[in-house]
Design a protein around this ligand. Structure first.
Ligand code: AMP
Length: 280
């Protein structure tokens, strides 16, 4: 595995490959969820490039940025073991050079940018699009691999690709979970043992809602799950059933709709998100 910290050396390697470039952008503190993206990206005709960059512009709270786990040595070991071929770990100055304005691409999707995660984390998606756009220009991939866990993020990146990079495809990889159902996340390592065992209730709430979504009123299900999580000690930001491609709220089950449950909640100082695809 080759490590690049500078755009120049990365470009040099990428310019000399005839393989397809399959790109996995991450913020590090890697777990099995990230590694399943690497596994999905691995093909005989592909060069797998993973970036690790804790992007400051997508954090709307300074505590979240300063406490974000950084364990580069372990990450490098895991990536090498997973068969990643190139890892790009740039500094902030490399991604955002002084005297150069790194634009936030305009994808003309105000609702998708501002609802749910966009509402509770103002500026988060603008920062995410800024860095993904910059990384695409640096890495020039044919395919980009992202997790279902960050559903709204992958929808927005799909819109970015559709508008500016039609030649780039996105592959969305299913969420990898712990044995008790908790979605793997770099933030899980900030949970205390007690919080960690409680965190499994998020998946429980999603499953319970999914089991009942065809027989109960949607608003009732959302409220019930909301109160269940609050009674278990979570502070819930949202627990919503939406149309999965637009994130428009669904109020009634009508035949053609493809739905998803999306939730975000806090356990003390740790914010967790998850989702569950609902089938007709
Ligand atoms: P992050 O490092 O949190 O920015 O995540 C990097 C990529 O890994 C994103 O595309 C995430 O959606 C994806 N990812 C994070 N957690 C999981 C998981 N549990 N299963 C699958 N993909 C994940």
């Amino acid at each position: 595995m080759i490590l690049c910290t500078q755009i120049k050396s990365l470009t040099n390697i990428l310019n000399h490959t005839r393989k397809r470039i399959h790109f996995v952008p991450t913020m590090g503190a890697l777990h099995k969820g990230h590694l399943s993206l690497i596994a999905s990206a691995t093909r005989p005709d592909a060069l797998v490039v993973c970036s690790i960059f804790v992007n400051p512009t997508q954090f709307n709270q300074s505590y979240d940025l300063s406490s974000y786990p950084r364990i580069i040595d372990k990450d490098m070991y895991l990536l090498k073991d997973a068969g990643c071929q190139v890892v790009f770990i740039p500094s902030s100055d490399e991604v955002y050079p002084k005297h150069v304005e790194v634009e936030i691409p305009d994808i003309e999707e105000t609702y998708l940018l501002k609802t749910l995660e966009g509402y509770f984390r103002p500026g988060h998606f603008e920062g995410m699009l800024q860095v993904v756009n910059r990384l695409i220009q640096i890495v020039k991939p044919q395919s980009i691999y992202m997790g279902q866990k960050d559903w709204q993020q992958q929808l927005l990146v799909s819109k970015l690709l559709k508008k500016y990079y039609k030649q780039v495809s996105i592959e969305v990889v299913p969420t990898v979970r712990e044995e008790d159902g908790l979605a793997m996340s770099s933030r899980n390592m900030r949970l205390s043992p007690e919080e960690r065992s409680k965190a499994a209730h998020i998946y429980k709430a999603l499953r319970m809602t999914a089991e009942q979504w065809k027989i109960k009123r949607i608003e009732e299900l959302e409220t019930r799950a909301f109160h269940f999580l609050e009674s278990e000690g979570f502070t819930v930001e949202y627990f919503k059933i939406c149309e999965r491609n637009t994130l428009n709220p669904i109020t009634e089950i009508s035949k053609g709709e493809q739905a998803i449950i999306l939730t975000a909640c806090w356990l003390n100082k740790v914010r967790l998100i998850d989702n569950f695809l609902l089938n007709k």
